[in-house]
Design a protein around this ligand. Sequence first.
Ligand code: SF4
Ligand code: SF4
Length: 252
Amino acid sequence: MKWIYFDLIMLALLMSLVAWALIKKQVRWPVLFTSVISVAYFGFFRQGCVCSIGAIQNVSLWVASPTYHIPFNILLLFLLPIVFALLFGRVFCAGVCPFGALQELLHFKNYKIPKVAARVLSFFPWFYLVFSVLHAATNNGFIICHYDPFIGIFRLGGKLPLLIFGILLLVISIFYGRPYCRFICPYGVILGLVSRVSFWKIKVTNKECIKCKLCHKACSVDAISLSSKIKGADCVGCGRCFNSCPRNNTSQ
Ligand code: SF4
Ligand code: SF4
């Protein structure tokens, strides 16, 4: 069996597990479990390629150029996380994407940067998405793959500047949640847009909120407002807020 078919099965299974954990059970441990599997399998074993993020470019070229043949499995790799996002939010980002999973596993201290700085930086993924789509559609190359900061880490070698950049991102992610997801990833833009209208939404707790704001503090990507509302586009489904909520730790 070609590995790519196994990739698709793994993708669907892990996203289903995360969706069950986040929507039905409101627990974080399966996210950590899938993160470890994802980093090991999609990251180090499959060496981060092909991936759903890079598939943006195959799809762009396919749409723009009728002579380009896109393999069906790459199309599925692109579409499956979007379909899951439409149903359950960004379950792919939670712990199935190896890039997100690696940052999630390393994240330890939740420091914040000024809101204005985060806002300005958050525009970059939009520019990167438009630029990479145009670049691929005009057959000028796949820049997302070319400048991928994590491939070198998963392959234990590569271009030095990119390796340094990847390691820098990982060091930052120890103290600041998901820098690549928040300020670079073009696929996160698409998943965020779709997640705005997802059928099922993640909730911090099913019990009445006591406005303690602990979930707001716990969220590493600033996806929870002061009134405890989760912003579907920004939430990467890490599940940290479940653990922070005192209402989830009481029986009433
Ligand atoms: S935002 Fe991008 S890099 Fe981060 S988890 Fe989602 S798809 Fe992966
Ligand atoms: S709201 Fe924040 S803490 Fe809760 S699951 Fe989403 S990203 Fe994680």
